[in-house]
Ligand binder design. Structure first.
Ligand SMILES: *[C@@H]1O[C@H](CO)[C@@H](O)[C@H](O)[C@H]1NC(C)=O
Ligand SMILES: *[C@@H]1O[C@H](CO)[C@@H](O)[C@H](O)[C@H]1NC(C)=O
Ligand SMILES: *[C@@H]1O[C@H](CO)[C@@H](O)[C@H](O)[C@H]1NC(C)=O
Ligand SMILES: *[C@@H]1O[C@H](CO)[C@@H](O)[C@H](O)[C@H]1NC(C)=O
Ligand SMILES: *[C@@H]1O[C@H](CO)[C@@H](O)[C@H](O)[C@H]1NC(C)=O
Ligand SMILES: *[C@@H]1O[C@H](CO)[C@@H](O)[C@H](O)[C@H]1NC(C)=O
Ligand SMILES: *[C@@H]1O[C@H](CO)[C@@H](O)[C@H](O)[C@H]1NC(C)=O
Ligand SMILES: *[C@@H]1O[C@H](CO)[C@@H](O)[C@H](O)[C@H]1NC(C)=O
Length: 618
């Protein structure tokens, strides 16, 4: 393309018969029309800005492609395209949203939302405003869109509820076996889309870059209705949207043809964006070969090591029934595995209370009829486990009426089971916004906030050591039989970090609750706990989660929205309308202001938990 291309475009009538055939093995900033936060960086398209709270971006081919030979035509034009993309998670357990290949009548469809809406769809109940045909490469499971899993490919016709989806993978051309492809590993994924306008057929195929094109497509749909979702000329390109630290989406190469089969992309020299420990971008093939040989040797050594460890362990287990000396030092009570197995009906599905980043939680009934919650956490190494045990044993000594009391623990292999008091009324979010059957009253909400503040104050100031919780959120606030709030999961964030490879710095916590400084300094402090507590205060006052992607764009981030309303002097508009009448304006304003000051961007300006308790308890 010449630099005059955009100029020429002005003078050339776009004829609906002009053939289009292009191949980008790399990109520069003039090759595509970049919308919103999309940029070209090191010859690669990055669709959204990963350090912004919510971001979305699109990259389209600069001119429209003709899709209907005449505007009355019942048959459609055909095209063939292939591209290479990479989706790299920043927090591997956080949900991602993937990216979308898009045929759209508009480059910025009105009402398009960020978050799980790919930056191109509007909310699911309102049909999108423009003809829109999307192939989604989705890395998040959104139950409201009937997503089958968190790694699937689907075809969307004006709606995020896909017309058809398949788990990501490909069929081996010789054996016919289905081989899954993890799209969220950072590896380069090669995708091919064939659109036959005469028979209304779309075929989608994916494979890891380097694997030659599988003969059988992953998805093949024939649907004459497709004509209704296509206008005479359409923009073709990519779209994605993200929440802070979710994942980076890149398009590395793209080839397209509306006259025949799209030209082959040579994937050999494309950059690779793997997670930090495995990064091998711009490595020579010699170095790659070296790494592969190194990996193979390393794996063999590891296998030998594991075998040796396992054999040793087994011998030891047989000798002393798995209890090692160091374990006996720890308080509180050590349960036997059989005792917990019996209490939870053999860790049966019926007893499962929930599963999260740290592992699964079961309900159990001990032989003395005491009801408990049993949290199972997997740990990679015994060394890390031992360090963690030292900590958990001191956590076990933490006792406060507003903490979920730990009753004991058990270890089986590298799995650790922590036994807590059972909390019959589940967690705070269930009573405030997650489809609550019964809303918590204003009185109840204030009491729970005061309880949590007291519990957190105890962790920060009430003990000989400062304990930073690191994962304060409404789903970690549990309600006991009297509907009093208790803080759970303290100390677990630390375990999470011990389990990491030593040279990856990973942010610990939950999206939406993280203080801004945690991203840059990665050293959680009591002030970052105060920030997360401030987010919980606002959730409770406003009755909504910290990130609400289907809200209007300026209302999606709870804190920003409340702060804007405060600046405009309309703070009360943020209050939960469902409990209107239960609170006085002064009470609500005081709580919202407390939330805002706790969420002050500057950690030094936030109050301490001691000060917060003074406000809430009086
Ligand atoms: C972008 O690449 C095209 C060729 O694909 C080239 O003609 C053009 O000069 C490049 N533009 C810039 C700004 O580098
Ligand atoms: C991404 O967003 C951050 C925070 O909003 C901003 O500081 C930065 O300049 C943005 N980067 C790009 C490339 O737009
Ligand atoms: C399209 O249809 C309209 C009426 O249905 C007709 O008047 C017009 O001539 C048609 N155009 C073409 C190009 O067939
Ligand atoms: C597609 O967009 C064009 C303007 O860009 C508009 O005139 C046309 O009505 C749109 N088509 C549909 C079906 O919305
Ligand atoms: C897919 O589209 C076809 C034809 O429009 C329709 O009959 C079918 O119900 C759709 N399936 C889903 C799951 O939306
Ligand atoms: C397909 O299966 C054959 C036989 O198992 C194997 O040799 C080949 O590497 C596989 N190809 C791909 C692309 O997975
Ligand atoms: C789609 O795949 C099917 C099954 O492999 C094949 O028969 C058909 O020709 C393909 N269609 C296109 C447009 O490539
Ligand atoms: C791909 O590029 C590499 C390096 O430029 C070259 O050695 C190889 O022959 C190319 N492969 C094809 C199929 O063109």
């Amino acid at each position: 393309m010449t630099p005059f291309f955009p100029l020429l475009l002005l003078f050339l009538p776009i004829s609906s018969t002009s053939a289009l055939d292009f191949l980008f093995n790399s990109f520069n900033s003039t090759d595509l029309t970049l919308i919103k936060d999309a940029i070209v960086e090191s010859s690669v398209v990055r669709l959204a800005n990963d350090s912004a709270q919510l971001s979305s971006g699109q990259a389209f081919y600069p001119s429209r492609i003709p899709m209907k030979p005449t505007s009355n035509s019942t048959s459609l034009s055909s095209f063939s395209t292939s591209f290479v993309f990479s989706i790299l998670p920043q927090i591997s357990t956080s949900p991602g949203f993937g990216l979308a290949f898009v045929l759209s009548n508009w480059t910025s469809p009105p009402g398009a939302l960020a978050g799980q809406y790919f930056g191109i769809f509007s909310s699911e109940t309102v049909p999108s405003v423009s003809p829109l045909l999307v192939v989604e490469f989705d890395t998040g499971r959104n139950p409201q869109f009937n997503d089958p899993d968190d790694n699937h490919v689907g075809i969307d016709l004006n709606s995020l509820v896909s017309n058809i989806t398949k788990p990501a993978g490909y069929y081996n051309s010789t054996t016919g076996d289905f081989i899954p492809v993890n799209m969220r590993s950072g590896q380069n994924v090669h995708a091919w889309i064939e659109f036959d306008g005469n028979s209304f057929q779309i075929n989608v195929t994916i494979a890891p870059a380097g694997v030659s094109r599988p003969a059988r497509p992953l998805l093949s749909v024939t649907n004459p209705d497709i004509a209704n979702y296509v206008s005479a000329d359409m923009y073709v390109g990519f779209s994605a949207s993200t929440v802070k630290w979710a994942e980076a989406r890149r398009v590395l190469a793209w080839s397209f043809s509306d006259t025949g089969v799209a030209r082959d992309i040579n994937t050999t020299n494309l950059p690779v964006f793997l997670p930090p420990t495995l990064s091998s971008s711009s490595l020579s093939s010699g170095a790659i070969a070296g790494i592969i040989i190194g990996c193979v040797v390393f794996s063999i050594l590891c296998l030998l090591g594991i075998y040796w460890f396992w054999r040793n362990n087994r011998l030891k287990e047989e000798e002393n029934d798995e209890i090692e000396d160091w374990e006996l030092e720890y308080w509180p009570h050590r349960f036997s595995y059989d005792e917990l197995k019996q209490a939870t009906n053999g860790f049966s599905k019926e007893m499962l209370l929930g599963a999260g980043g740290f592992g699964r939680v079961y309900k159990g009934t001990l032989s003395n009829n005491m009801e408990v919650g049993v949290k199972c956490v997997n740990h990679d190494s015994k060394q890390g486990l031992r360090e963690f045990m030292a900590e958990i044993s001191s956590m076990g000594r933490l006792q406060h009426k507003n903490l979920v009391q730990m009753r004991g623990w058990c270890r089986k292999g590298n799995e650790l089971m922590l036994v807590y008091d059972y909390m019959p009324n589940s967690s705070l979010n269930r009573w405030v916004f997650d489809k609550p059957e019964k809303l918590l009253s204003w009185e109840g909400r204030r009491r729970v906030l005061a309880d949590v503040a007291e519990g957190l104050n105890y962790l920060h100031h009430g003990w000989d050591q400062v304990v930073v919780h690191r994962d304060i959120k409404s789903s970690n606030v549990l309600l006991d039989a009297d509907m009093r709030g208790r803080l759970g999961d303290f100390g677990l964030a630390k375990l999470y970090q011990h389990g990491e490879a030593p040279n990856t710095t990973r942010v610990v916590g939950t999206l939406g609750y993280l203080a801004p400084e945690v991203a840059t300094e990665a050293a959680p402090t009591t002030a970052s706990d105060v920030y997360s507590f401030g987010v919980v205060v606002m959730e409770v006052a406003c009755g909504r989660p910290p990130i609400e992607t289907w809200a209007a764009e300026d209302e999606q981030i709870l804190i920003d929205w409340v702060r804007d309303l405060y600046d405009e002097g309309k703070l009360l508009e943020a209050a939960d309308k469902r409990i209107e009448g239960e609170y006085t304006a002064e009470e609500m304003e005081a709580i919202l202001k407390l939330g805002l000051v706790c969420c002050h961007p500057n950690p030094q300006r936030r109050p301490t938990m001691r000060e917060v308790v003074a406000v809430l308890v009086g």
